[in-house]
Design a protein around this ligand. Structure first.
Ligand code: HPA
Ligand code: ZN
Length: 348
């Protein structure tokens, strides 16, 4: 039984959303690299960024589409070299997530961005895993890693990456697919994902961000994706919507990202209310928060400020985030209980 929302005054909803336990299911660790940290890490590694200062790097955050963002994102990630760098980046993110009352974070990383520069796979995973263990101990936050294949690279390169990852299998929750969607359909990686699923890895994929609804269908059929990252363009094909509703496929929606990368003109034009009205299992996430203007609570705050969303929608989005995670059922149930308690008591 969902809690009774009738007692929650609209002006107290924003504070409730901030306080509520939530899961972050769509965040790229490289996209949490704040300009100040990029310069600090660059300095200690003797790597000069093609920008004068953190402020001038921030000024480059005027994107026209996904690719214009990816160019800056890959350039900044070049400062990351040592295990400590990957630890510090992940630790900084997990502290921010904890401040937003994230109780579970399933974090994307792009190993090929680093191994292509000569950084060993174990350096990347070692540093991130150390931060995740520390966050469990010190902050009580549960986190895990999802390894993404860059879809602009070849199937062979994806297989090579998977081979490098296999000795670190226990550090990985699943695999994903990111980078430029145009011209790189999911089918290109069907055999790679098949092997990943046989290793017992969860499968997710970016689809329907810049690509058409058919790319969502392909992510489900060719890759066995259990969640669709973005997926907002599903609304262009009612048969895709109907299938996603029927199969309860989660959509990890990133409103500020969609505005920054021009998927929607403004936040007021975002289709999040339509996704919910259609009965889709949507939740709100931050994608690349250092670049797009905010972490998960800021995405929720601005969405509720600009869109016709109510307390019941807040509950649905937060609950969907917890239920769409790959946490064991008992932990999910505990988090949902905490969410229900908070909503039940907030209006009193
Ligand atoms: N889409 C595709 N690839 C990405 C993104 C995104 O939003 N963020 C980081 N890599
Ligand atoms: Zn993403």
């Amino acid at each position: 039984m969902p809690p009774d929302f009738s007692g929650i005054p609209a002006e107290r909803l924003a504070a409730l959303i901030v306080r509520a336990p939530k899961a972050e299911l769509h965040v790229h660790i490289e996209g949490t690299l704040e300009p100040e940290l990029a310069f600090e890490i660059g300095r200690r590694n003797g790597i000069v960024l093609p920008y004068d200062s953190p402020e001038s790097l921030r000024q480059a955050f005027a994107f026209t589409d996904l690719q214009s963002f990816l160019d800056v994102y890959y350039a900044a990630a070049a400062v990351l070299r040592t295990e400590d760098d990957f630890h510090d980046l992940t630790w900084a993110y997990l502290q921010r997530a904890h401040a937003d009352n994230v109780v579970r974070a399933e974090i994307f990383f792009d190993p090929q961005t680093h191994t292509a520069r000569g950084v060993p796979f174990e350096t990347v995973v070692g540093g991130m895993s150390r931060a995740i263990g520390r966050a469990r101990e010190e902050l009580g936050i549960s986190a895990a890693l999802i390894m993404c294949f860059l879809r602009h690279l070849t199937e062979r390169e994806a297989f090579e990456t998977l081979e490098r990852a296999e000795p670190f299998r226990e550090h990985l929750l699943g695999v994903g697919l990111d980078s430029g969607e145009r011209g790189n359909p999911p089918e290109k990686f069907a055999r790679v994902f098949d092997r990943c699923r046989r290793l017992g890895l969860h499968a997710v994929a970016h689809a329907g961000e810049e690509g058409p609804p058919a790319s969502i269908t392909a992510a489900l059929d060719a890759l066995g994706a259990e969640r669709v990252d973005h997926g907002v363009r599903c609304l262009e094909d009612q048969s895709v919507v109907a299938r996603m509703v029927r199969e309860r496929i989660p959509l990890t929606v990133c409103p500020l990202s969609n505005v920054k990368l021009r998927v929607f003109d403004t936040l007021a034009h975002h289709t999040l209310p339509k996704l919910l009205a259609a009965g889709l299992r949507a939740s709100v996430h931050s994608d690349d928060p250092a670049y797009f203007g905010g972490y998960v609570n800021e995405n929720l705050r601005q969405s509720f400020a600009c869109l016709p969303l109510m307390a019941a929608d807040a509950y649905t989005l937060l609950r969907n985030s917890l239920e769409s995670s790959f946490q064991p059922a008992a932990e999910q149930a505990r988090n949902i209980e905490r969410l229900d308690e908070l909503f039940e008591n907030w209006g009193r």
